[in-house]
Write a protein that binds this ligand. Structure first.
Ligand code: AMP
Ligand code: ZN
Length: 112
């Protein structure tokens, strides 16, 4: 999508601090970290949120979770949280599917 921030980051048109990249997804550190480790994993193809996941694009989402597991092992994350906000009341500010990976501090439940 031409005016989507995360499409531009995935395409390298806007700089980011890359964690990982393959044909399907791109991972990069959050610009406003909420934990000592905080990165985002996004599909390269534009999907607006979890609410737009379907049978056609679900393999990319499954792949992203495999990548999250791999990166967590490589980064030595023993405990971490994966979050995806959907819609304004949940705090979604970028309308391109992304999974936050947060680690390195105690986390509360339920989330705020
Ligand atoms: P959400 O609010 O759940 O939609 O998450 C969007 C996240 O994107 C926030 O945590 C922002 O800090 C992060 N973010 C926004 N712009 C950038 C950027 N240019 N590079 C890295 N992270 C960003
Ligand atoms: Zn996009």
């Amino acid at each position: 999508m031409s005016d989507c921030l995360f499409c531009k980051i995935a395409a390298g048109e806007i700089p980011s601090k890359k964690v990982y990249e393959d044909d399907v997804c791109y991972a990069f550190y959050d610009i406003d970290p909420q934990a000592p480790v905080h990165f985002l994993v996004i599909p390269k193809a534009h999907i607006s949120s979890v609410s737009e996941v379907n049978g056609g694009n679900a393999p990319a989402v499954g792949h992203i979770f495999a990548v999250i597991a791999k990166l967590a092992k490589e980064l030595g994350l023993e405990s971490y949280r994966v979050v995806s906000n959907i819609g304004p009341q949940a705090g979604q500010s970028v309308l391109h599917l992304h999974f936050h990976v947060l680690s390195g501090r105690d986390m509360t439940w339920p989330p705020g």
